[in-house]
Write a new protein. Structure first.
Length: 320
């Protein structure tokens, strides 16, 4: 029997203990090397780009010789104005990577001993950095497209006589959304969040190269894609795969999100759904990548990602 990749030694190239045993200075040095890789770790002022500075050892900051502004190793990055130690940030990234089906802010709060709100924003900053670093260029070859509904749960009434048909529009909360996934076979996964699956037609035209082969299910809104692509259809009422046509890889991606929703996060709807979909697309595409490589990718992405306009001052309501 073939061994699953996650059970193999090749998948485990990073130990959490390695990160936790780092001193704060070692963690800062590692983050500095990732952030200023072009200058071999030498600090560059994020305000004016000057490479000459004074190091203020007592404050662990630099003072630019050009503009006289002070900056730290995380100034100008997605972790700007943080109070958390850099070692704990790297530990959070390592823990996030090792969560095969995702990782909740509540669990990270208990692992690191930080407030839930701090961990909630930290994880979303990591997801934003992943989204900025991912390759979102157009797909080609054979692609699969499908959509799945998430969120908008309405708790049923206790007595049967008081229950309503939750499938009807007037009995829904309006929070139910559709994640549309376009997945290239042996390639990348792109996601889009919309109110209805039919809105995925425009997304498909923008995300897939014309004349590519597209696999879709029996839903009528996919019919118009035949004008742009060589389309293959599969009727799920008959079979899941027939004559080479299937959307099994797109369904595999949706099963990953549902496992994360059911067992890890519980609530991924509303304005956060797109971020969770991006995270799961990254996890699905990197399912054959070791945790050490994944850690390096995310750490590098967060080191070069700009200040988050969405999550900066989130709990202080500085940003709507």
């Amino acid at each position: 029997m073939t061994q699953h990749f996650l059970h193999s030694r090749a998948s485990r190239t990073l130990k959490l203990a390695t990160v936790l045993r780092m001193t704060e200075e070692e963690a800062r040095e590692a983050f500095k090397q990732l952030r200023w890789a072009d200058t071999d770790g030498e600090p560059v002022c994020p305000s004016c780009g000057c490479c000459e500075s004074y190091y203020l050892a007592t404050q662990r900051r630099w003072k630019c010789k050009g503009c006289s502004k002070q900056y730290s190793v995380t100034s100008g990055t997605i972790f700007a104005n943080r109070k958390m130690e850099v070692r704990n940030i790297l530990a959070a990234i390592a823990i996030f990577v090792n969560g095969a089906k995702g990782y909740s802010a509540m669990q990270l709060s208990r692992d690191l001993g930080h407030d839930y709100k701090t961990c909630f924003v930290l994880l979303h900053k990591i997801r934003e950095a992943i989204g900025l670093a991912r390759d979102t260029s157009i797909l080609d070859g054979e692609c699969e497209i499908d959509g799945a509904h998430f969120g908008g749960y309405l708790k049923p009434e206790n007595e049967r006589k008081n229950r309503t048909d939750r499938r009807l529009a007037q009995n829904q909360t309006g929070k139910r959304q559709v994640v549309i996934a376009v997945r290239q076979r042996k390639g990348r996964t792109l996601t889009y969040v919309a109110k209805s699956e039919g809105q995925g037609v425009a997304f498909a035209r923008a995300a897939i190269k014309p004349n590519s082969i597209v696999h879709a299910d029996e839903a009528r809104h996919w019919d118009v894609l035949s004008a742009n692509f060589d389309i293959k259809r599969i009727n799920h009422n008959v079979a899941y795969s027939l004559d080479g046509a299937c959307t099994n890889q797109a369904e595999s991606f949706f099963s990953r999100i549902r496992r994360a929703e059911t067992g890890i996060h519980h609530h991924i709807a509303g304005p956060y759904l797109a971020a969770y979909a991006t995270e799961m697309a990254w996890r699905e595409d990197g399912r054959r990548t070791s945790n050490g490589e994944q850690f390096g990718v995310i750490a590098s992405a967060t080191a070069i990602a700009p200040v988050s306009q969405r999550w900066k001052g989130y709990w202080q309501r500085h940003v709507k």
